[in-house]
Ligand binder design. Structure first.
Ligand SMILES: C[C@@](CO)(OP(=O)(O)O)[C@H](O)COP(=O)(O)OP(=O)(O)OC[C@H]1O[C@@H](n2ccc(N)nc2=O)[C@H](O)[C@@H]1O
Ligand SMILES: Nc1ncnc2c1ncn2[C@@H]1O[C@H](COP(=O)(O)OP(=O)(O)O)[C@@H](O)[C@H]1O
Length: 284
């Protein structure tokens, strides 16, 4: 926390290094297997306590009403859970694209839960915060726990993993993909046999959503072909972002420089411990 009483914390992006759809629950939600790793790149949130109990968010996210914003929803959820009378002014510096599969909204929600738990001194455990987060979205718990993880269920059954931490080149195609649209597409493969982490380490995995997304969005299809010329191009989550892994920053930057300047891209390091957790452990 700075002298001005502001707590500033990162809300990092995640990548799904593979994504298999293994079945469907009775409520229609898809069962999946995936491997989450964080990036040292993302949004930043600034928190200040308010004595009147209000949650006031300063952000200009196109198309998201303040009451629908996952930051406000996360703050209110924690306030109710902890019977907290304090409120907060929150400012969002948005860097991550919406509907990009980088988990920006979920990460903002997790940073809000952990940040306000710290600021308000609620004393909620990570288990409690992960459970609250799951009410907001399937990807929130992994951001709350902050450990790269093998995930099953709808993404909430998490096993921490230690994996290589390469540099990634991430390409942001100029379109946003709706997760609901992908999961309701008739062409989606929904019966990939479950695999083990050991099998993934040996043989790798694929993204079952990619064929559907590439068929629906020509821009993503074309960007995939382009990126595949330089590396093994993959898609994170239900898209739209594509990525490739490199042994060091220089190699990633070299490929980035060869891509058309009209494409939005960034290079970031893969992290097994999220930047949010690294910063909070310094603040504790
Ligand atoms: C599949 C992942 C992998 O990270 O995709 P991305 O959103 O990151 O791209 C996520 O787990 C996505 O989880 P989450 O972000 O919470 O999904 P939402 O947008 O809330 O889901 C929108 C809709 O998609 C469908 N849905 C979502 C997740 C899931 N496992 N099965 C589903 O069938 C449901 O109809 C749901 O109402
Ligand atoms: N703070 C937020 N940041 C981003 N998206 C948000 C936020 N709050 C609510 N949303 C909604 O969540 C949707 C999914 O956003 P996001 O997590 O960025 O994409 P993805 O799940 O594809 O990574 C957005 O399209 C938006 O409608």
């Amino acid at each position: 926390m700075t002298a001005s009483n502001t707590l500033s914390l990162p809300a990092p992006a995640k990548l799904n290094l593979f994504l298999h759809i293994t079945g469907r629950r009775a409520d229609g939600y898809h069962r999946l297997q995936t491997l989450f790793q964080f990036l040292d790149y993302g949004d930043t949130l600034h928190f200040q306590p308010r004595s009147d109990g209000q949650i006031v968010l300063q952000s200009d996210l196109a198309g998201v009403k303040p009451d629908d914003n996952l930051i406000v929803r996360a703050a209110r959820l924690l306030q109710n859970h902890c019977r907290q009378t304090c409120g907060a002014d929150i400012r969002l510096d948005k860097r991550l694209p919406m509907g990009g599969g980088l988990g920006g909204g979920s990460s903002d929600a997790a940073t809000t839960l952990l940040g306000l738990n710290h600021l308000w001194q609620c004393g909620a455990s990570l288990d409690e915060l992960a459970e609250l987060g799951l009410e907001l979205g399937a990807d929130v718990p992994v951001f709350v726990r902050g450990q790269a993880a093998w995930a099953e269920g709808v993404g909430e059954q998490l096993t921490p993993v230690e994996i290589e931490e390469p540099w990634y080149l991430v390409v942001i195609p100029d379109c946003s993909v709706s997760t609901a649209e992908v999961f309701s597409d008739q062409r989606l493969t929904r019966d990939t046999p479950p695999i083990t982490l050991a099998a993934f380490r040996e043989h790798g995995g694929r993204n079952d959503c990619l064929p559907v997304v590439a068929a629906r969005y020509e821009k993503i299809h074309n960007t995939l072909i382009l990126l595949n010329k330089y590396c093994e191009a993959k898609m994170t989550g239900t898209g739209s972002c594509l990525f490739g892994a490199f042994p060091n920053e220089r190699e990633a930057d070299k490929v980035r420089a060869r891509l058309p300047a009209t494409l939005q891209t960034f290079v970031a390091r893969g992290c097994n411990v999220s930047t949010l957790h690294r910063q909070l452990s310094k603040a504790a």
